[in-house]
Write a protein that binds this ligand. Structure first.
Ligand code: ADP
Ligand code: ZN
Ligand code: ZN
Length: 814
């Protein structure tokens, strides 16, 4: 009898693929092990065993597998079931989920891999195609040639790769099944001969006048008294010796090296006792426990600084004591050292962190620890991808800041929402879920009101500190009365001065980076546009450059208008850079910091600025929404929102909800310790209902109004949204394709189809974009609807002219 396996390949094709195996292989292989197989024209992929059987494939001859890569399964059954749900729900292939789920070190291919060269920062010198590769490498640790071909949409990519190597942008590595290498630490010990007791004086005699060597030995004995392994580096440092001195002791067979495998993420400190909950926190805690008796999900709506984290901590403790695994999910940006350290204090030896800033090897390590159910990986703190770890015994998932849009993955597929996928995962493990937020998403709050989730509220801040006092500053009025200096109203300036006089810190929020988003000719009204995207270029004054925030295009700021030659170029609008410059003039004695994408590029850029702010080396911190998450600064008494209107006017059905959340979260940074904070919101439209609701902390009112609108205009939670995006470099092609697709979908779904529409930014990186939205009412069969959409998609892709159009499907688009 011939044996076969069906495997998942990490590619966008829907089906499984069958390979031939020997009898011995058949008895060894198990579902969830990796094998290397050949696919396509002599390409080798890492595939995952899905099923072992004796059914020959239909339509092609099964090839032999290339190699078995694991001794035991590295993926468990529950995971695969979860992936299947994701693939099915978010309309992508199981292979795409497989690719997203595993750390890339587990997915090596026999192809050349390219990696980013550390230290390269001259993006300006890159051509378009080079930039695309460079940019892709910002999002993933390495690219195969194959991926480069996909990204650039052309076959001959070797010249570009060669250029990139010459420009020192990338390095190339031939990686054929490179095994994961644990990190080894070098320790040092006395050799057997000298190990026996009381040999110290003899040893020192032996060394005679070699003073430096004697110092090393004396230090060695000092360190040895601490009764723990002595690191070579530690010995060298403590004894002020050089490598050469130590080496001579090794050569004399007095000392010898040995190695211990070290886990990269170590914790050396004692765990502290958890905090005693206040009466209100205790009540919330008990309410969560009683919710869990009947419901799987509890929504914890607790105002900023109410101590939600302390409540999580108490729950986590209980679960760890019961030997359950816990997953603590956070948006990437909220995974700050501050929070990690705080949790490490409580759960040090049980906590592992998993996120994209960590290297491939570190991620493999966490994966393996979870796989082996090791104690040190019992609590995982991570961003959305930690959902894919091989949990076997999950008891609780906490989704903190559950309203955060960044829980949704936009690109590439799977375009999943980590909160929703977490609830499904928890269900499989019979685990519980807490969704925590000061400003819950409309969807989650709706689910709570429908009794689908339990609702627990916590309206008091810890220590009964009052929520900040929010003042709306009417800048239309201020401009009219000439009370503006630059972009600051007299009122905001007054508040900043007060705070600075009291030696308190200030946060200023402006959700736009650069100096000004638009440059405009005063004479003819023309603005410089990005040559590749349908947007105006942002002026960055520090480098006197115009930049595109969508594709990275840059050019030096021109002296004349490109259209009429006039020298009168003005800027319109403002970003963080301009605010920073104005502040330097307005408060020359204050230390001013800026936190946005431009100042936090390096690996530690973000932490550095936060560290300075924490140490009060910065008095006023200007920043984008990076400022709003997970930060807790005791000395901040004032938060200023420079301009609320751009957020509110964003063309998206969630814009109002988002603005509310963002402003409340930013405001929550004020006065967290023991003093009521102040918030000033500058706006042209102080009577806007959202601003009124923010200033009175009227979540319920905001919710009700938004819900009414969602009902009226057919949006979530009443309708599901599937968004289809078409992209092509040829305007007419995408136009035709979108038209065809829109018409076909309308044929089935009638008025539930919206579009094709041209998005506000209709072209990015030379690709013209069209959207089609399908709105699905709650009572409509979702499976069937998706099947129909896929049928139309397949028909679309069977048309020769449309085959080159890039088509994405995004379910529950956010
Ligand atoms: P949230 O997560 O709701 O924003 P935190 O858990 O960060 O709130 O709490 C805000 C601050 O109050 C933190 O510095 C925290 O240590 C402190 N805190 C909260 N609850 C307690 C408590 N029960 N005992 C002592 N300190 C507390
Ligand atoms: Zn002009
Ligand atoms: Zn651009």
């Amino acid at each position: 009898m011939i044996h076969y396996i069906s495997v998942i390949l990490p590619i966008p094709l829907q089906k499984l693929f069958t390979y031939k195996i020997t009898v011995a292989e058949a008895s060894f292989l198990k579902k969830g092990m990796r094998v290397a197989v050949e696919f396509g024209k002599s390409k080798i992929y890492t595939a995952l065993v899905y099923r072992i059987h004796t059914e020959a494939p239909v339509g092609y001859e099964a090839k032999d597998i290339y190699q078995i890569l694991d001794e035991i399964p590295i993926v468990n059954e529950t995971q695969i079931t979860h992936w299947e749900w994701i693939a099915n729900y978010y309309m992508c292939s199981l292979g795409e989920v497989f690719r997203a789920a595993l750390p890339s070190a587990f997915l090596l291919e026999s192809e050349t891999a390219i990696l980013l060269q550390q230290g390269f920062n001259d993006e300006k010198s890159l051509t378009n195609e080079e930039f695309l590769v460079f940019e892709a490498l910002q999002h993933q640790p390495q690219l195969s040639i194959h991926q480069v071909i996909q990204i650039l949409d052309k076959k001959k990519v070797f010249p570009i790769i060669k250029q990139l190597i010459e420009k020192k942008v990338i390095v190339v590595k031939e990686q054929i099944y490179e095994q994961y290498k644990p990190k080894l630490v070098k320790y040092i010990q006395l050799t057997k001969e000298w190990e026996a007791a009381d040999k110290l004086s003899e040893l020192l005699n032996e060394l005679g006048r070699a003073k430096k060597q004697r110092d090393v030995i004396l230090t060695y004995f000092q360190l040895k008294a601490q009764k723990k392994p002595i690191k070579a580096s530690e010995l060298q440092e403590q004894s002020n010796g050089s490598t050469a001195v130590i080496k001579s002791l090794i050569d004399k067979h007095i000392l010898s090296y040995y190695y211990i495998q070290k886990d990269r993420i170590t914790f050396n400190g004692k765990s502290s006792e958890i905090k005693e909950l206040t009466i209100h926190q205790q009540k919330a805690f008990e309410a969560i426990e009683s919710t869990f008796k009947t419901k799987q999900v509890a929504l914890l709506k607790g105002v900023t600084s109410s101590g939600k984290t302390e409540i999580y901590v108490k729950l986590i403790k209980q679960l760890l004591e019961n030997n359950k695994q816990v997953l603590f999910l956070l948006p990437e940006i909220a995974l700050t050292t501050q929070l990690i350290e705080r949790l490490q204090h409580y759960f040090g030896e049980y906590l592992s962190v998993f996120h994209s800033k960590y290297s491939m090897n570190e991620r493999v390590e966490v994966w393996n620890n979870v796989l082996e159910s090791k104690a040190k990986a019992q609590l995982i703190l991570g961003a959305r991808s930690s959902l894919f770890l091989p949990f076997s015994n999950l008891g609780l998932i906490i989704v903190d800041e559950e309203h955060e849009p960044s829980f949704k993955q936009y690109d590439p597929a799977p375009r999943y929402h980590a909160r929703d996928a977490a609830i499904v995962l928890a269900h499989q493990h019979k685990a519980k879920v807490i969704l925590g937020s000061a400003t819950p998403s409309i969807e989650s709050y709706y689910n709570a009101t429908q009794q689908k989730y339990g609702l627990v509220t916590l309206d008091r801040r810890y220590g009964d500190v009052l929520l900040p006092e929010i003042e709306l500053v009417d800048i239309k009025e201020k401009y009219r009365k000439k009370r503006m200096t630059g972009h600051f109203s007299d009122r905001l300036l007054e508040m900043i001065s007060e705070a600075l006089n009291e030696k308190e810190q200030v946060i200023l929020f402006q959700n736009r980076r650069g100096f000004a988003p638009v440059v405009e000719c005063e004479t003819c009204g023309v603005s410089p546009q990005c040559p590749q995207c349908d947007v105006s270029l942002t002026f960055h004054s520090f480098r006197k450059e115009l930049r595109c925030h969508y594709c990275g295009y840059r050019q030096t700021m021109p002296h004349n208008c490109g259209a009429c030659g006039s020298e009168k170029l003005n800027t319109k609008g403002f970003g963080t850079e301009q605010i920073e410059l104005e502040l330097h003039q307005l408060f020359p004695d204050a230390n001013i910091g800026r936190m946005d994408l431009d100042t936090t590029r390096g690996k530690y850029g973000y932490q550095k600025i936060l560290g300075q702010f924490q140490a009060q080396e910065i008095d006023i911190l200007v920043g984008t929404q990076m400022l709003s998450k997970g930060l807790d600064f005791a000395n901040v008494s004032l938060v200023g929102i420079m301009n609320a209107d751009t957020m509110l006017n964003f063309p998206d059905f969630r814009a109002h909800e988002r603005s509310y959340q963002l402003m409340v979260q930013v405001a929550g940074r004020a006065g967290r310790a023991n003093k009521r904070g102040k918030v000033a919101i500058q706006t042209f439209n102080p009577y806007h209902q959202i601003l009124q609701q923010v200033s009175t902390n009227a979540y319920a009112e905001m919710y009700k109004e938004q819900l009414d609108e969602r009902w009226q205009y057919h949006y979530p939670p009443f309708y599901r949204i599937i968004k289809i995006t078409l992209r092509h470099k040829d305007f007419n092609r995408v136009e035709e394709g979108a038209h065809w697709l829109g018409k076909s979908l309308t044929g089935i779904f009638k008025e539930q189809v919206l579009g094709p529409t041209t998005p506000a930014i209709s072209k990015i990186r030379n690709y013209y974009i069209r959207h089609i939205i399908v709105k699905i009412p709650q009572n409509q069969h979702l499976e069937l609807t998706k099947k129909n959409i896929i049928r139309v998609k397949n028909a679309f892709q069977a048309i020769k002219e449309f085959r080159s159009i890039k088509l994405n499907i995004d379910v529950d688009n956010y």
